[in-house]
Design a protein around this ligand. Structure first.
Ligand code: SF4
Length: 440
């Protein structure tokens, strides 16, 4: 997709001056090709070369941002059709629809704010609130946008095809970079004007892919989201796939993130539709339900799809205190693979044990794999016992290691001087192990 290191090298000054921090221009070109450096780190590149490299190395799908500050949502920059080819970059933004005809908008928004879930130590939530001009009345739409804006930190999607209503809503809530949704064949010019005025991203909706292409070209605006106009799930799926395929071939009119609407009146079907869109390239999916039971499956699915397959999920390798441990509390050693760590943490907690856990940095792999790969070693455990601060917290010198790596105990004792207790093979055995073996 991007340029090769050699193609980039040809455009560089070839003076090997090292100002970019690399020993040679070729080394810098290789870093650039693998995305580990940015072109502006070389101060000597010519304008002509810069232009050539910029347009050739621009991502096939533009990165477009909605909102401001901590809750800003960025979408685009995708480079692959299938996750296993590399990874998907920016998780689908989940937007919850609020209609301007809804009764108590403030309390509906308060419910949306609470759609935050803890999944293996990571916090995940919905991302946007879509204010829908269901009434057809501009003043009502503006009032609803204002109320939503005042009651949430999530960025807004303003949904109306009436430029006058959109203008009023933007006056009320246009300061926070909302997504304008949107432009179509009938209102394109007026909507582009509004988008430019507020410097805000804009949805362009076509009646099919051909019209979408021509509207994008006519828009002459670069902060776009695409909507093919399809609403039946099979058609949306086909269009989403086409748009991604063409974008990756650098067909520029389709080089933007997309927006989809899972608004089936059957709530179960709506969740199924939304999950199809999350799986197949939706930049944003707008759903009507704010029920946690509908949202948690979608958020979990998104987490699975947007996890980098080359990077095991890991917790930070540091000293963790479970409960209220004191100087006599047990010290458990494990690895920093999230699932391993959270199993141990859960079992220590459920056994009502006050203790310390030291997850050794194994690059996020599990106990037995870490041991086999030479990443879970007596040397690393000793280093962690010495540097984590645990030695100052406890008055004893006893450490519990997982049963599967009993073989480490001799060397670990020799290196660290700590007495090594071989714990159970499965963390579920920790509570009974502590009862029997931890002579406090
Ligand atoms: Fe080459 Fe530019 Fe790096 Fe100098 S700063 S070594 S010219 S790439």
């Amino acid at each position: 997709m991007g340029l090769t290191g050699l193609a980039i090298f040809k455009q560089l000054p070839k003076t090997n001056c090292k100002d970019c921090g690399q020993p040679t221009c070729l080394a810098f070109a290789m870093q650039l090709a693998s995305g580990k450096a940015a072109l502006d780190q070389c101060p000597h590149v010519s304008d002509a070369a810069k232009e050539a490299l910029d347009s050739a190395s621009a991502p096939p799908i533009a990165l477009v941002k909605i909102g401001k500050g901590e809750k800003e949502v960025a979408l685009g920059n995708e480079t692959v059709l299938f996750r296993h080819e590399k990874r998907f970059e920016y998780p689908t933004g989940i937007a919850i629809a609020v209609k301007d005809t809804d009764g108590d908008i403030a309390s509906k928004v308060a419910g949306i704010n609470k759609l935050v879930f803890d999944r293996v130590g990571q916090i995940h939530s919905v991302n946007l609130v879509a204010v829908v001009n269901a009434s057809g009345d501009g003043a009502k739409f503006a009032e609803a946008a204002k109320t939503v804006q005042a009651n949430t930190e999530f960025p807004l999607v303003l949904v109306s095809e009436d430029p006058a209503a959109m203008g009023s809503a933007l006056e009320a809530a246009g300061a926070n970079n909302p997504l304008i949704c949107g432009a179509n064949a009938a209102n394109l010019e007026a909507m582009v004007e509004l988008a430019k005025k507020y410097d805000a991203p804009l949805v362009v909706k076509g009646n099919g892919l051909e019209e979408l292409e021509s509207l994008v070209e006519k828009a002459g605006y670069k902060k776009l989201f695409l909507d093919s106009g399809a609403r039946e799930v099979n058609k949306v799926l086909a269009d989403q796939t086409q748009i991604r395929r063409q974008a990756l071939k650098k067909f520029r009119p389709f080089g933007y993130p997309t927006i989809t609407f899972a608004d089936n009146t059957d709530p179960i079907q709506a969740v199924v539709d939304a999950s199809v869109y999350i799986a197949k390239y939706a930049g944003i999916v707008v759903v009507d339900s704010a029920d946690p039971a509908d949202l948690l499956p979608l958020i979990t699915l998104r987490l699975n799809i947007y996890t980098d397959p080359q990077k095991p999920i890991a917790v930070e390798s540091k000293l963790y205190e479970i409960g209220t441990p004191g100087p006599d509390s047990p010290v458990f050693v494990t690895t920093n693979f999230s699932l391993t760590y959270f199993n141990v943490q859960g079992d220590v907690e459920s056994g009502r044990i006050n203790g310390y856990i030291l997850p050794v940095d194994t690059d996020g792999i599990s106990v037995m794999t870490g041991w086999a790969a030479g990443k879970f070693t007596p040397e690393k455990i000793t280093e962690m016992l010495n540097t984590s601060g645990v030695a100052d917290k406890v008055s004893h010198r006893k450490v519990v290691i997982p049963g599967g790596v009993a073989v480490l105990s001799g060397k670990l004792h020799e290196l660290s001087g700590w007495e090594v207790l071989v714990g159970p093979r499965e963390s579920g055995g920790i509570p009974s192990f502590i009862k029997q073996r931890w002579g406090a």
